[in-house]
Write a protein of this length. Structure first.
Length: 282
C-alpha cells in the first residue's frame, strides 16, 4: 500500500493508511508523517497491532521521547516512557487541556494507543488552537499577543508527587522533579516549525493572566476559553481496538469524553520532547 492521508474534517485531523506501525519506518515515511502532522495536527492510524515496545519504537521515529510524565511513573522498568491512563485509577481527562503545559518545555506531541476500551463511549476530542486564535477579533488578538499566563499542575499532580516514596518525580529536561512550581508561558504561541500563531492557554492548567487584576484575568480567560473547543474546528475520534492517534501538542487541546460510567478504559500515551514556548513579542 501507498502511504495516504484522508482529511477527517476541513479544519483538523486526517486518517492515515498504507503503513504498518509494527514495522520499522523508512526515514521518508516518518518525515511524511511529521509534515502532515504540522498541517492536520491530529493523525489517526487504525487497525494497528502494537505492543508497548512497538509503540515506543514508532513514537521514537517521530522525535526524542520524554519520560512518561514529570510526576507519574511509567508503565514498568522496561517502558518508562509510557504513561498509563487508567479510568479505574483516576485516569480521566474530561476537560480541555494541552499536555503538561505546567512545565517549562511542554511536549512537542503525543502518541496515544487504545489498550482496553469500554463497550461504548470514551471518545477523545481535539481542537485546533490556531483556529481558536483566529476566531478572536483582531483587537483581542492584538491584546493576546502581548500577554503571558501562568500554568499550574499542582491541583492534579501535587499529591501524587508527595506520596511517592522518594518524594521525587521523574527526570524532565535533565532535572529531577521535586516540586511543581507554576510556570509562565505566552498566551499566544508561535509554532517553532510553521510560524503560525495559536492560543496557548487551556482550562486544564492555565490559572491566571499575569500583570492584570484578578477580575481582568477571569474575564480574559473566559474569552480565551470560549474560543477553545468550538465544533467547527474540532474533531471527535471514536476509538476501536488497535487505534493509534498522534497529535501536535503545540497547536491543539484535547479532552476525553467521560460518558462510559464505571466501565473500564485504559490508554497508553508517549510524549515527544518539545521546547520552550515562544510568543509573538519574544
Amino acid at each position: 500500500m501507498t502511504l495516504s492521508f484522508e482529511p477527517l474534517t476541513i479544519a483538523i485531523g486526517a486518517q492515515v493508511s498504507g503503513v504498518d506501525l509494527e514495522d520499522e519506518l523508512a526515514p521518508e515515511t516518518s518525515a511524511a508523517i511529521r509534515r502532515t502532522l504540522l498541517d492536520r495536527k491530529v493523525l489517526v492510524f487504525r487497525g494497528q497491532r502494537l505492543n508497548p515496545s512497538a509503540h515506543r519504537a514508532f513514537a521514537a521515529s517521530l522525535g526524542e521521547l520524554t519520560p512518561a510524565h514529570p510526576v507519574v511513573p511509567g508503565l514498568d522498568a522496561d517502558h518508562p516512557e509510557i504513561y498509563v491512563l487508567d479510568s479505574g485509577d483516576g485516569g480521566k481527562a474530561p476537560e480541555w487541556h494541552t499536555d503538561v503545559t505546567f512545565t517549562r518545555t511542554p511536549p512537542l506531541g503525543s502518541v496515544l494507543r487504545a489498550v482496553d476500551l469500554p463497550p461504548t463511549g470514551g471518545d477523545t476530542c481535539w481542537t485546533d488552537l490556531e483556529a481558536a486564535y483566529l476566531w478572536l477579533s483582531p483587537p483581542l488578538r492584538e491584546l493576546a499577543d502581548k500577554l503571558e499566563a501562568v500554568h499550574d499542575g499542582r491541583k492534579d499532580f501535587e499529591e501524587l508527587l508527595q506520596v511517592r516514596q522518594s518524594g521525587e518525580g521523574n527526570l524532565w529536561d535533565g532535572e529531577r522533579v521535586r516540586s511543581l512550581d507554576p510556570v509562565t508561558h505566552p498566551v499566544v504561541r508561535v509554532h517553532p516549525e510553521t510560524g503560525r500563531r495559536s492560543l496557548f492557554v487551556n482550562p486544564g492548567f492555565t490559572t491566571h493572566v499575569k500583570d492584570v487584576s484578578e477580575t481582568e484575568s477571569r474575564a480574559l480567560l473566559a474569552l480565551f476559553f470560549a474560543a477553545i473547543g468550538r465544533q467547527e474546528y474540532s474533531v471527535r475520534h471514536r476509538w476501536a481496538p488497535g487505534d493509534v492517534v498522534v497529535w501536535d501538542n503545540r497547536s491543539t487541546a484535547h479532552l476525553a469524553v467521560d460518558d462510559y460510567g464505571d466501565q473500564h478504559r485504559v490508554m497508553h500515551r508517549i510524549t515527544i520532547r518539545g521546547d520552550q514556548p515562544v510568543g509573538p513579542r519574544s
